[in-house]
Ligand binder design. Structure first.
Ligand code: 13P
Ligand code: SF4
Length: 322
């Protein structure tokens, strides 16, 4: 069914021009994650991984932030910018990790282990951030855990796959919340092995949200920005990309002479596209700017509690993560 809001956009409208006009009029900045559809990536002022986007949101002088990503990302921008208007093209753009970690259950889990420091992946709600001591992203999780005193026990949530990867990299034992990303857990080890046999020259690059059997085939593991940079500096010309397929748009733009093969999911669906990220469309970006809605609104007490662990993350990764 076509939503009433979408049907109000005339097909003759040049959305690229209209968005650019609104951006000037509103003094807005468009921040976009690599998993957005290519048209949205092409109108963004800044593209980044979760850490890059949080840093950009913390530094912007714009009055309005149009966040082309998912809810927890726009919420993080609002936590950092209470006086700015933060727009999200589709408020339904959630995340399986955030949804799989309800605040009350996470609070009970933390209460059972009061001596533990709580490190939460940024892919969680503001309520869960408010219960955490430090936030991390996939690009700084290892660096942050390495800064925690060795005798301090750690709770890590909500991604068990990233948590397990961090445990391997740091040699630390951590209590993991059992959440997972529905996109990264869908990659098939069997199909990946078949693809490697088909392209023996290819390097396998993967996101740490993937499950262990898939990650063990990876030549390089990093956040989305880390993977993109790797494809630019590697001498290799063919890559099997084991993360959401949207990032291939930037990889191809940066290295047009290289070949990027999306890793296949477990079944016939387009499960290597995040259904939440892909709710945003160019039409919805235009409409949210025109209507100044949907907007992120937040309870001030929660915002202040969630701000402290985000600031801690930004401080702890200032010198260690580019
Ligand atoms: P990064 O962009 O931090 O690598 O995270 C990937 C992701 O799944 C975001 O939802
Ligand atoms: Fe969440 Fe996974 Fe989608 Fe990222 S790709 S927003 S972790 S469901």
């Amino acid at each position: 069914m076509v939503s009433p809001a979408i049907s109000t956009v005339s097909p003759s409208l040049n959305l690229f021009q209209e968005i650019s006009r609104l951006k000037r009029e509103m003094n807005a900045v468009i921040l976009a994650h690599y998993y957005q559809e290519p048209d949205i990536q092409d109108i963004a002022d800044y593209m980044g991984d979760s850490l890059g986007l949080a840093r950009q949101a913390a530094d912007t002088s714009a009055d309005v932030i149009v966040f082309c990503g998912v809810h927890f990302m726009a919420e993080t921008a609002k936590i950092l910018n209470p006086t700015k208007q933060v727009l999200l093209p589709d408020l339904e753009a959630g995340c399986s990790l955030a949804e799989g970690c309800p605040e009350d259950q996470f609070a009970a889990f933390c209460q059972q282990h009061p001596d533990h420091i709580v490190i939460s992946y940024i892919n969680c709600t503001a309520g869960v951030k408010a219960l955490s001591d430090i936030i991390c992203t996939s690009s700084n999780a290892v660096a942050i855990v390495n800064q925690i005193p060795k005798d301090k026990p750690i709770i890590f949530g909500p991604d068990k796959n990233l948590g397990r990867y961090v445990m391997q990299q740091t040699g630390r034992d951590m209590l993991l919340w059992p959440g997972a990303c529905i996109v990264h857990e869908m990659f098939s080890e069997k199909k990946l092995v078949q693809l490697k046999m088909q392209y023996p020259e290819a390097e396998v690059i993967a996101h740490p949200e993937c499950e262990e059997p898939v990650l063990k085939h990876a030549d390089f593991i990093a956040s989305t920005t880390g993977l993109l940079r790797y494809t630019q500096r590697s001498d290799n010309r063919t890559f099997i990309v084991v993360t959401e397929a949207g990032i291939i748009h930037q990889m191809e733009k940066a290295s047009p002479h290289k070949k990027f093969i999306p890793a296949p999911p477990d079944n016939q669906c387009a499960c290597n596209e995040c259904p939440f990220m892909r709710l945003n469309t160019l039409e919805k970006v235009y409409l949210c700017m025109k209507n100044r809605s949907p907007e992120i609104v937040m309870d001030e007490a929660i915002r202040l509690k969630a701000l402290a662990p985000i600031q801690k993350m930004l401080e702890m990764s200032l010198l260690t993560v580019a």
